[in-house]
Design a protein around this ligand. Structure first.
Ligand code: ADP
Ligand code: MG
Length: 326
């Protein structure tokens, strides 16, 4: 059974950045306003994430790493939100099957924090009282220690760190009210966004002033198609070697090749060959219309009325770009 669980976990968590994405989403779900990430060896040796959110109650410590255990579906109606979040209660469980996982957490109701270790989904012993502030510290060590082949396949710590940095950058831009930081253990922060920032400021901090000063805001919605989109794109005077696309659907970082290709086509009219824009877009769609199989292994998302929605977004963008060009 342990082997089956490990294989399943390894499919969900394919590299350190996948684990980090799930951990960041947990911090945001817990209403954190400060999220600090520390990494060793591209996240393979250490991935630690500290937040100031609601924390985990002492009596929930024994279940948080059990598969399909979640505190986030309380009412039957909440089942519709499965469509948004795709899968539930699998992240910590999965991580505990393929890494050494420990949790320190304190809620506002408890006098001290509690600390615990997990192996294969199971709490080891009982949570120990320790000093700590409100919030949660999740420490993931030796990711893939029991998956020799996977570990070998990911030999470049630098590349894994790059992926981690992209995930942090994108969540920081999508959540400007939350302060994010990322650093390698023992070094200075590589990323740090201030609390109560804004989107443009965070783009400036992370992607630089050149992109930030070219940004134009857009928003478009259509009740019949059941969507709302807003964000920022660079105007037609600015381009990157590679398209930078930050796409959130219902606040989850996802890929949508259809949308990506179409946006690039819009810009192809204005930009020279091999020049691409920076695009940040937050798309909200009725959760019932999004492919319910949004799973960490399936970064690619599809949704109902995809063609019409993409079409509507593109024409809004084109109007904006034309407006900015003269
Ligand atoms: P899910 O997020 O789908 O509920 P996870 O495996 O990601 O499943 O997390 C399991 C549970 O652990 C969550 O439902 C939540 O109760 C708790 N949890 C995990 N991370 C945090 C955190 N940073 N702050 C507060 N609670 C957390
Ligand atoms: Mg989660």
């Amino acid at each position: 059974e342990a082997v089956v669980n490990r294989i399943a976990a390894g499919e969900i968590i394919q590299r350190p950045a996948n684990a980090l994405k799930e951990l960041i989403e947990n911090c945001l779900d817990a209403k954190s306003t400060n999220i600090q990430i520390t990494v060793k060896n591209g996240g393979l040796k250490l991935l630690q994430i500290q937040d100031n959110g609601t924390g985990i109650r002492k009596d929930n410590f024994d279940i948080v790493c059990e598969r399909f255990t979640t505190s986030k579906l309380e009412k039957f109606e909440d089942l519709s939100s499965i469509a948004t979040y795709g899968f539930r209660g699998e992240a910590l469980a999965s991580i505990s099957h393929i890494a050494h996982l420990s949790i320190v957490s304190k809620t506002s109701n408890e006098l001290c924090a509690y600390s615990a270790n997990y192996v294969d989904g199971k709490l080891q012993g009982t949570p120990k009282p320790v000093a700590g502030n409100q919030g949660t510290i999740i420490t993931v060590e030796d990711l893939f220690y029991n998956m020799v082949v996977r570990k070998k396949a990911l030999k470049s710590a630098a590349e894994e760190y790059q992926k981690i940095s992209e995930v942090v950058s994108k969540y920081a831009i999508h959540n400007p009210s939350v302060s994010f930081s990322l650093k390698k253990s023992g070094e200075n922060n590589d990323i740090r966004t201030p609390p109560n920032s804004n989107t443009v400021e965070n783009v400036r901090i992370i992607y630089g002033n050149q992109i930030a000063r070219e940004l134009i805001e857009f928003s478009v919605e259509n009740e019949n198609l059941g969507f709302k989109a807003n964000g920022f794109v660079t105007n037609v005077n600015y381009s990157n070697k590679k398209m930078i696309l930050l796409l959130f659907i219902n606040h989850r970082l996802v890929d949508c090749q259809t949308l990506k290709k179409c946006i690039d086509q819009v810009y192809a009219t204005y930009l020279p060959k091999n020049c691409h824009p920076f695009v940040y877009m937050s798309l909200e769609i009725n959760p019932l219309y999004v492919d319910v199989n949004v799973h960490p292994t399936k970064h690619e998302v599809h949704f109902l009325n995809e063609e019409q929605i993409v079409e509507a977004i593109l024409s809004a963008l084109e109007t904006k770009l034309l407006g900015s060009n003269n």
